[in-house]
Design a protein around this ligand. Structure first.
Ligand SMILES: Cc1cc2nc3c(=O)[nH]c(=O)nc-3n(C[C@H](O)[C@H](O)[C@H](O)COP(=O)(O)OP(=O)(O)OC[C@H]3O[C@@H](n4cnc5c(N)ncnc54)[C@H](O)[C@@H]3O)c2cc1C
Length: 378
């Protein structure tokens, strides 16, 4: 890096935490710094509202954030491409279009990939939930296919909150569209929502059963016909939606950054790489070295203001803040119609009011980064 030129800050991915960083940069207006935002799409889809979009409660534009005005206010140049590798020792990242970008300071918020390793035999029937941009395009095709078929079968694979919400949203939408669809939820041996309290599992099991979704607490692997369960049953499926949990992107293996036990980017309490302090990582792509943290939107959002402060501190000099997760996180699980289940540690609740609370929180998040004349994002 020549001493003459401006410092370059590169933000990769328009994920949750980078929205806070862009907002903070727009307000701080740091001088003598070139800022680049690398993102494959100008719209950042918000996963929390995706089930509500499938169920027909939102339009697509209501569940996404346009990164262009935010980038403009932050004086960040948009680079519409995908990072496919990096050389942390050389301080450079590699993009799918062939461009190599050097940086002085780098922050990565690109999320995780869906683990498809056991489902690949399903071939073209398989629809991973990520990237969200692709899922937004494919779901209307599934609805149209189901409307034309005399009998349609959809399998959703995964036992976490995303899989449960997707199965319930699909059921609501396919019923409203007057299709004759059977839905299977393949939730592995542990069953749905095994990391949540028993009371939450009971509530969700009741909702799934009332909706007519067949729940299989068994391992499933992909097959040409659909999903082969570990008890020998073959679940025939026209389409298989994979919400099978997070996996670290493969391109991380050669990037020369220290990686954690699960092969994500290792970070300390400041979301900073212990091997390369000029690199920050946040959200699903990172793994804390000091504590165990679930890969969830809650942490990607809450770490956002801390990351923003730390990037400004790295640019201007200053004290780094630590991201300290709360002992419990509130999860609001959409159930298809305007009804939701709340999960917070051992406490749970359900009802239309829970959905109204979720709707308010989600819309407020989108508004925070769309109405740019508002107060600083917190
Ligand atoms: C249906 C569904 C419902 C969910 N509900 C909840 C919930 O209620 N509560 C909760 O806590 N969590 C929930 N999650 C999990 C949550 O979505 C993730 O944990 C969260 O999105 C992670 O945020 P992130 O900022 O790390 O990445 P993301 O939100 O995935 O954002 C990453 C961004 O980086 C971009 N990108 C990806 N790869 C590259 C690349 N190579 N180069 C450049 N840019 C790239 C993507 O286009 C995207 O814009 C849900 C997930 C799903 C799928």
């Amino acid at each position: 890096m020549g001493a003459q030129r401006m410092k370059r800050l590169v933000l990769v991915g328009g994920g949750h935490a980078h929205l806070f960083v862009l907002d903070a940069l727009a307000r701080a207006q740091p001088t003598d710094i070139e800022i680049l935002l690398v993102t494959p799409a100008v719209f950042q889809g918000y996963s929390g509202m995706l089930p509500g979009w499938m169920a027909g409660h939102y339009t697509q534009s209501q569940c996404q954030i346009d990164l262009r005005p935010l980038a403009q206010l932050a004086h960040a140049d948009l680079v519409l491409d995908r990072m496919i590798g990096m050389d942390a020792d050389q301080r450079s990242i590699h993009l799918s279009g062939g461009r190599v970008i050097e940086y002085d300071l780098l922050s990565i918020d690109t999320g995780s990939e869906t683990d498809l390793s056991r489902l690949e035999a399903t071939g073209k029937k398989l629809i991973p939930i990520k990237p969200l941009e692709t899922f937004f395009q494919v779901w209307p095709q599934i609805l149209a296919e189901a409307q034309q078929a005399p009998a349609y079968r959809l399998a959703v694979v995964g036992g976490g909150a995303a899989a449960v919400e997707l199965a319930l949203a699909a059921s609501h939408a396919l019923t409203r569209a007057s299709t004759n669809t059977h839905i299977d939820l393949v939730a592995s041996q542990a069953g749905p929502l095994s990391s949540h309290a028993e009371s939450v599992q009971r509530r969700i099991t009741r909702v799934l059963s009332a909706t007519g979704i067949a729940v299989h607490a068994l391992h499933g692997v992909g097959a040409r016909e659909g999903i082969a369960l570990s008890d020998g049953t073959m679940l025939r499926a026209d389409r298989v939606i994979a919400a099978t949990g997070a996996r670290a992107p493969r391109w991380l293996s050669g990037c020369k950054l220290a990686l954690g036990e699960q092969a994500y980017i290792a970070v300390d309490q400041h979301n900073r790489s212990p091997s390369h302090p000029e690199v920050f990582a946040v959200g699903d792509i990172c793994e804390r070295v000091d504590i165990t943290l679930a890969h969830s939107g809650v942490h990607a959002v809450r770490a956002g203001p801390v990351l923003a402060a730390n990037i400004l501190a790295a640019l201007n000099g200053g004290i780094m803040q630590s991201y300290r997760p709360r002992p419990r996180s509130l999860y609001l699980l959409a159930c298809g119609p305007r009804y939701a289940v709340a999960s917070w540690g051992s406490w749970s609740a359900e009802g239309k009011w829970v959905w109204r609370l979720k709707d308010w929180i989600d819309r407020r998040f989108i508004r925070q980064f769309s109405d740019l004349s508002s107060e600083p994002a917190t």
